[in-house]
Design a protein around this ligand. Structure first.
Ligand code: FES
Ligand SMILES: [Fe+2]
Length: 338
């Protein structure tokens, strides 16, 4: 086998198994009166508000295969742009304008998916059965003490698992983010436990960071942080709560969407309960975007683009890479249908 050969069959099973989970596909405020197209796990889908709910369908009219995302909404129903076939929120065709009478074939119904609006995002699950896990939690979204800002969504040419592993990889801070999140003269990673719960991996780690006015540091130099609490909700979301002095919290909620096996869209909320003035927002966005651009270059270079779930691929250092090891093991269980 070539040196970094991938367990192709295992990766394909994982890709298929991902249909059983909720994934974010759009910011909720991107979805106004009309339908919007998106791609999830290589499947073109259309998302639309019909009445007081959100519906998701395969983006394909059953008449002639036209993209329904070209259509529009009339009386809480979705109208196809080509011949006006009209579908209700269950995806059942209720009107074929060209026919006289009510001669609608029984098979005239769309492939419908589960859809939900939560945390300012639209989530979709492609499987017919119950989703394997609930939508991840983000308590600060409902907490009036926090100011929430969106980091503009971005697409990377990598798998969602590579993107998530990068977010929970601590030992790259001094190398990729020197002077911002780390220091090359202090590259060691403190020991940490990883706890597996029903749907999450939780771990805490306190790093030493360069002082940052966005985290209310006043002096220059380095700051030893209290442990940040990471909650990785399987498969592709992470909640990071970084406690700062005097009850301040810097929070990131990252929810990623597996557009395809090698393409990932990331949605990020940044929440804070200090420096609440909106004039401060842009500094927080700029800070995230500077870090993200440093990460993107490295992550998009990784081969294979998939995160190998076979632990004999790539090398893992006990202790340092603990989170990655547990994460990959869990993905392998999902691939096996466990
Ligand atoms: S293709 Fe949609 S109505 Fe004909
Ligand atoms: Fe990074």
């Amino acid at each position: 086998m070539p040196e970094n050969a991938l367990d192709q069959a295992g990766e394909a099973r994982l890709f298929e198994a991902l249909r059983h989970f909720w994934h974010p596909v759009l910011w909720a405020d991107e979805l106004a009166d009309g339908p919007v197209g998106a791609t999830l796990l290589d499947e073109p889908i259309v998302v639309v508000r019909l009445g007081d709910g959100v519906a998701a369908f395969r983006d394909l009219c059953v008449h002639r295969g036209t993209a329904l995302s070209l259509g529009w909404v009339v009386d809480e129903q979705l109208v196809c742009a080509y011949h006006g076939w009209t579908y209700d929120r269950d995806g059942i065709c209720t009107r074929i304008p060209a026919t006289h009478g009510d001669n609608i074939p029984r098979k005239a119904r769309l492939v419908r998916y589960r859809a939900a609006e939560r945390h300012g995002l639209i989530w979709v699950c492609l499987s017919e059965g119950e989703p394997a896990m609930p939508i991840p939690e983000f308590p600060e979204y409902e907490d009036g003490a926090y100011r929430l800002i969106k980091i503009p969504s971005y697409d990377w040419a990598c798998s969602a698992a590579r993107r998530i592993e990068n977010f929970v990889d601590f030992s790259h801070f001094p190398w990729v983010h020197e002077g911002i999140l780390g220091d090359r003269s202090r590259p060691e990673i403190p020991d940490h436990e990883v706890t597996r719960n029903a749907t999450t991996l939780r771990f805490e780690l306190g790093v030493e960071e360069p002082a940052n006015p966005l985290k209310a540091d006043v002096a220059d130099g380095k700051v030893q942080r209290q442990p940040s609490v990471y909650t990785l909700s399987m498969p592709f979301s992470v909640h990071l709560d970084q406690p700062l002095p005097d009850g301040r919290h810097f929070v990131l909620f990252l929810a990623t969407s597996p557009v395809g096996a090698k393409r990932t869209r990331s949605f990020t909320w940044n929440a804070r309960n200090y420096q609440l003035d909106p004039s401060e927002d842009q500094g927080f966005v700029d800070f995230q975007q500077a870090i993200l651009e440093q990460d993107r270059v490295v992550v998009e270079s990784q081969r294979p683009e998939e995160l190998p779930i076979d632990l004999t691929q790539e090398l893992h250092i006990r202790g340092v890479d603990r989170v990655s090891i547990d994460y990959r093991r869990w993905l392998a269980e999902i691939a096996r249908g466990a």
